[in-house]
Design a protein around this ligand. Structure first.
Ligand SMILES: C[S@@+](CC[C@H](N)C(=O)[O-])C[C@H]1O[C@@H](n2cnc3c(N)ncnc32)[C@H](O)[C@@H]1O
Length: 319
């Protein structure tokens, strides 16, 4: 395969567009109905280093402008995934999905799932419960949309379970390809010890975006992240042979995004694999043999081995 072609401006011949600047300026360059999936995590207006905290209504108007542009560039069979948490002011929270939903609905989009992304790390609150989930609002532009369920199935809890009566008695009752991953996703967020950690304070884990990419697009489709950060969406797109486009205002993040893509191209980028179990302190360490209790022929033994802990290398993009 040829080297990945990265363009600093919109260019339909490129594999990847990494635009340094305001997302609205990139959106203006993109033709109507061009991208298959838009996945992003916008600023939450909570005063992170990369954002100017705005009056909340001004923030919502700014989001509306970007969302309107996104709807224009979205293909008819395409999807938008807007990943958000809470706006916090003096200890009071406003769930951003709740206030942003009316904007999407007013533009005629259809909400397919409100995915709860559950994770283990974050600030320890002292006057309310510590926040350990955020959400992904998944909208489609029309009723004819891509959803490749078989590409994102996860292992059944009891893969050997069989029908115990009726005409299918004795046959496996679950789908041999695995089950639907549901709308609650337990995926570690990228904090200090995560293998993908960069200097960015709130980057996506690659595996979170991989699932969206595999489910909602096909090879060769364009995937756009208007708030591209250190390029996680682009990496998830490129490793699955899609095309990636993103805008980012902080030059250092654009540089890191490019560097991560080149590392992935050389087979040197380390990511956490989608298949790895989430660490659970109650599960025995992998070097202690699990205790297996067989309850019946249909229920597999209890006790699970943890996945090996060594780092994972992405296959080179050209492989
Ligand atoms: C929540 S972070 C996204 C991080 C990203 N998902 C990743 O994995 O690296 C939001 C990003 O949007 C960028 N940003 C803020 N306003 C922007 C704008 N108007 N246009 C483009 N990027 C912007 C910020 O610098 C920040 O990196």
């Amino acid at each position: 395969m040829n080297p990945i072609k990265i363009s600093p401006q919109f260019n339909r011949e490129a594999d990847c567009v990494l635009f340094e600047g305001d997302c609205l300026d990139l959106i203006r360059q993109i033709p109507d109905n061009f991208v298959k999936l838009i996945v992003t995590s916008p600023p939450y207006n909570i005063g992170k280093t990369y954002e100017n905290k705005l009056d909340f209504n001004d923030y919502l108007s700014q989001q509306r402008q970007v969302i309107e542009g996104c709807v224009r560039v979205l293909e008819e069979s395409g999807s938008i995934c807007w990943q958000v948490g809470n706006f916090v002011n003096n200890g009071e929270i406003i769930p951003l999905d709740v206030v942003l939903y009316p904007i999407f609905a007013s533009l005629g989009l259809h909400l397919r799932n409100r995915i709860v992304w559950q994770f283990g790390h974050g600030l320890h609150a002292s006057k309310r419960f510590s926040g350990r989930y955020e959400v992904i609002l998944w909208f489609t532009k029309t009723d004819e949309y891509t959803f490749n369920l078989d590409d994102i199935r996860v292992p059944q809890k009891y893969p050997q379970k069989k029908h115990f009566k009726g005409p299918k008695k004795g046959e496996l009752s679950g789908n041999p390809l695995g089950k639907n991953p549901s709308d609650i996703w337990n995926i570690p967020n990228v904090k200090a010890n995560h293998v993908e950690k960069t200097v960015h304070p709130c980057q996506f884990p690659v595996e979170l975006i991989e699932r969206l990419v595999l489910a909602m697009t096909n090879e060769g489709d364009w995937i756009f992240d208007p708030y591209n950060g250190v390029g996680t969406t682009a990496i998830a797109a490129l490793i699955h042979k899609r095309k990636a486009m993103g805008a980012e205002i902080v030059p250092e993040y654009v540089f890191i995004a490019k560097d991560r893509i080149h590392k992935a191209e050389r087979g040197e980028l380390r990511i956490r694999p989608m298949e790895r179990h989430v660490y659970d302190p109650r599960t025995p360490y992998q070097n202690i043999p699990p205790k297996v209790v067989r309850l019946s022929d249909d229920v597999p033994g209890q006790g699970q081995l943890l996945e090996p802990k060594e780092d994972y290398k992405v296959k080179g993009l050209s492989e």
